[in-house]
Design a protein around this ligand. Sequence first.
Ligand SMILES: O=c1ccn([C@H]2C[C@H](O)[C@@H](COP(=O)(O)OP(=O)(O)OP(=O)(O)O)O2)c(=O)[nH]1
Ligand SMILES: [Mg+2]
Length: 154
Amino acid sequence: MKVSIRRLTNGEGLPLPAYASEGAAGLDLYAALPAGQKLVLEPGARDLIPTGIQIALPEGYEAQLRPRSGLAVEYGVTVLNAPGTIDSDYRGEVKALLINHGGQPFEITRGMRIAQLVVAPVVRAILEEVADLDETARGAGGFGSTGLHGGGEE
Ligand SMILES: O=c1ccn([C@H]2C[C@H](O)[C@@H](COP(=O)(O)OP(=O)(O)OP(=O)(O)O)O2)c(=O)[nH]1
Ligand SMILES: [Mg+2]
């Protein structure tokens, strides 16, 4: 599926987001910080990182801005609002809200691959207000109601 992408001034010279392997689900996004600038995420801190691109998704699609597991496992760095939602009518710069859950400061520089973008179809619901919902075996049970182990008998 074709998705229009536009490079912003801060994205000039950076590669366009790309799939890192043949079967990759996500397009890796690059940090479009000014050249030479180091953005340090202190433990517990968050920051909005520019990616230097704008996209126009076809109607009926969204893009999910997801963490890279390598950054999470190595440094505790993830996307705070994961998955970030890029609406099909959004025309601003795609930005990644990163947070450092690790114990060490994390340094971000221009050109680092900081997150990934997964394009996905969206189902739009037509809400119909009703007086009662149909009954199910689960009912209102949730939040761990089926237990932690085995088939729920424990
Ligand atoms: O990680 C993200 C999440 C969102 N956005 C952009 C695209 C999205 O279409 C827009 C709005 O996002 P969202 O709906 O999650 O934020 P909101 O707090 O509901 O803001 P709004 O009132 O603008 O919808 O912000 C990003 O660039 N990165
Ligand atoms: Mg919104």
